[in-house]
Design a protein around this ligand. Sequence first.
Ligand SMILES: [Zn+2]
Length: 109
Amino acid sequence: MNHKARDREKRENIALERIIRLMEFADKEARGGNLEQAGRLVELARKINTKTKTRIPKELKNRYCKHCYCYLMPGKTSKTRINSRQKRVEVTCLKCSRQMYYSTKKRGC
Ligand SMILES: [Zn+2]
């Protein structure tokens, strides 16, 4: 591995760590009722993500709205519905009213 590739990997790891930490903070803020601050933290995480082209883990991706990047909190900023016929979870963002779908097929229970 050459130096540049190693540097890139290091940068990506640092960026990912930052993103995870920001999302944790966002979660805390959202739980405390401070949704505006949570949204700001998501935006920061997104900025790091686009700048460094880091891959955000799936669990974190489901935590914010794909359309307006607001922090998704079931019952507060989002509505979650399980569509068993289509085998998917439907999440509606209450801020922009748009929907996202997540497949439930792989999670056998
Ligand atoms: Zn939204």
